[in-house]
Design a protein around this ligand. Structure first.
Ligand code: NI
Length: 258
């Protein structure tokens, strides 16, 4: 399995990280992709990925919830880090996480749009996929993504409708499926019916979104197994097939050098 979205730079993992990662690997997690959320986290993400090369893979970006007064300064610093990293021997695997979020605050809506466009241009420039965060902003997000037809990526932590899932897949994007799929009363499983397994990738969004039976705990990449089990029910196939296919999908989207 490949965890395509994991905030392993979160301080909750700092203690005994080496042991933690060894446990993930032993449980079948081949690689973990680590997105940044602002200029401060960029440093942490690169640092932790450099400690575990060929296992942790970095992405950098400005998360929409972090688009505030200083967004232009944030982007300036991040672009420098992106440029530097793309000219190194251990380049980024994606730009992310980036997107739009209207859930708590729409004060910086226009700035979120501009920040997303700017970072989509970085993805275009370096031929990198993007990790998209979209919350209560589906239509605007998809419209901006459509302005960049040469860029593809993943709709991280997907929990939208069947219609939206279809639109995302038709745009050439993948759906990031995590713990939400295992939650009681969640309609996501129904919404995936008819969406090809070839368009799904697994993720945790750790430390958040731990799947049932660990809901509410600090998430672990190996627990994606529960998500894969649920997907096997939805797609009426073996768990092994789900794992093989979603891993192949992640490798097709991201250039992961193991
Ligand atoms: Ni995230």
């Amino acid at each position: 399995m490949i965890d395509t979205h994991c905030h392993i730079d979160d301080p909750q993992y700092a203690e005994e990280l080496e042991i933690f990662l060894a446990e993930q690997r032993e449980s079948g997690v081949e690689a973990i992709l680590v997105p940044g959320v602002d200029k401060t986290s960029a440093k942490d993400v690169l640092e932790v990925c450099d400690r575990f090369p060929a296992y942790l893979f970095p992405a950098l970006g400005l998360h929409p919830e972090n688009v505030k007064e200083d967004w232009q300064e944030q982007l300036r610093v991040l672009k420098e880090a992106v440029d530097q990293r793309m000219n190194s021997s251990y380049p980024l695997i994606a730009i992310g996480e980036i997107g739009l979020d209207y859930h708590w605050d729409v004060t910086f809506k226009e700035q979120q749009h501009e920040a997303l466009r700017e970072q989509m241009r970085w993805a275009e420039q370096y031929h990198l996929p993007v990790m998209i965060h979209s919350r209560d902003a589906t239509e605007d997000t998809l419209n901006i993504l459509r302005e960049f037809p040469s860029v593809t990526g993943v709709m991280h932590c997907f929990s939208g409708s069947h219609e939206v899932a279809k639109q995302v897949v038709d745009m050439g994007y993948y759906l990031g499926i995590g713990g939400v799929l295992t939650f009681k009363n969640c309609k996501l499983a129904e919404h995936l019916v008819g969406i090809p397994l070839e368009r799904l990738v697994l993720e945790t969004d750790a430390p958040y979104m731990a799947p049932v039976p660990h809901r509410g705990k600090r998430n672990e990449s190996r627990w994606m197994r529960y998500v894969a089990e649920r997907l096997a029910e939805v797609y009426n196939c073996s768990v092994e097939h789900v794992v093989e296919q979603t891993t192949a999908n992640a490798k097709a989207l991201f250039v992961i050098k193991l």
